[in-house]
Design a protein around this ligand. Structure first.
Ligand SMILES: C/C1=C2N=C(/C=C3N=C(/C(C)=C4\N[C@@](C)([C@@H]5N=C1[C@](C)(CCC(=O)O)[C@H]5CC(=O)O)[C@@](C)(CC(=O)O)[C@@H]4CCC(=O)O)[C@@](C)(CC(=O)O)[C@@H]\3CCC(=O)O)C(C)(C)[C@@H]/2CCC(=O)O
Length: 209
């Protein structure tokens, strides 16, 4: 038998302890630090703290929206599948429209990616909801464009697209003008579906692993 830790809860406890020991949370509020622990846990990089930016009330409004049973809108199935349903306080709906059959046509019509086109199907249910973008920069750009065009407002935007083309730029656009909506983001190229899902998982349960 190889000697390694086999108990899931012990692994979590140990992992979160290491993160707390090795991370400098200076500059983050207590509630944002709590979220940051889970983001770090999802990517293994303690230095993301320096790139993390959030509105002052982001954690509070995110928690409230989930407590009210609001839906979580995701850009990619990987984000949707990363959300731990049993953590959600009100069995909140998790919505990803990327694979809707109308999306390829909409993408052609609006001359954008499928990830961006999928947002055209979000509709009025977005009001007061939580948006979690973990993959596609074009989804975040298009969300901001749609808000400029009068889309109903979500409670919180978790903007964590990853990559080299448009990721840093879309997050800068969000942070420089979030259209009055509280947000959380990780500046630069880093991000990803696992981080976006971890942000939702952190908001779903307060001060608990
Ligand atoms: C250009 C795209 C990027 N994708 C990245 C990274 C990953 N994408 C994965 C997968 C499986 C998917 N990516 C799509 C969203 C697909 N990715 C794109 C697009 C071409 C354009 C998005 C954009 O630029 O904003 C996008 C397709 C589209 O038309 O919108 C995906 C839908 C493609 C597909 O399978 O059809 C699919 C998502 C499926 C789902 O979960 O629902 C990766 C796993 C890599 C892979 O293909 O194996 C990886 C996951 C990263 C993550 O953590 O989410 C980038 C790096 C984000 C890149 C955009 C930026 C860049 O620098 O190119």
């Amino acid at each position: 038998m190889i000697d390694y830790l086999r108990d899931g809860n012990q692994i979590y406890q140990k992992s979160f302890g290491i993160i707390r020991d090795e991370t400098n949370f200076q500059g983050l509020s207590d509630d944002l630090s709590h979220v940051a622990v889970r983001l770090i846990h999802a990517c293994g990089m303690t230095d993301i703290v320096g790139d993390l930016q959030a509105s002052e009330n982001a954690v509070k409004v995110g928690r409230e929206a989930l407590q009210q049973g609001k839906a979580i809108f995701c850009d990619a199935m990987m984000v949707a599948r990363g959300i731990t349903k049993k953590r959600l306080p009100k069995n909140n709906p998790i919505i990803c429209t990327l694979n809707h059959p109308d999306v390829p046509n909409i993408a052609r019509q609006i001359n954008n990616t499928r990830s961006a086109a999928a947002l055209e199907l979000w509709g009025d249910n977005l009001q007061g909801a939580v948006v979690a973008i973990g993959n596609a920069p074009t989804a975040l750009f298009h969300l901001l464009e749609m808000l400029d065009d009068g889309l109903v407002k979500p409670a919180l935007i978790l903007g964590f697209p990853v990559g080299f083309v448009g990721a840093a730029e879309s997050k800068l656009e969000l942070a420089s003008n979030s259209r009055g909506i509280p947000f959380m983001t990780l500046h630069g190229r880093r991000g990803g579906s696992a981080i976006a899902a971890a942000a939702v998982n952190a908001l779903a349960k307060e001060n608990e692993l």
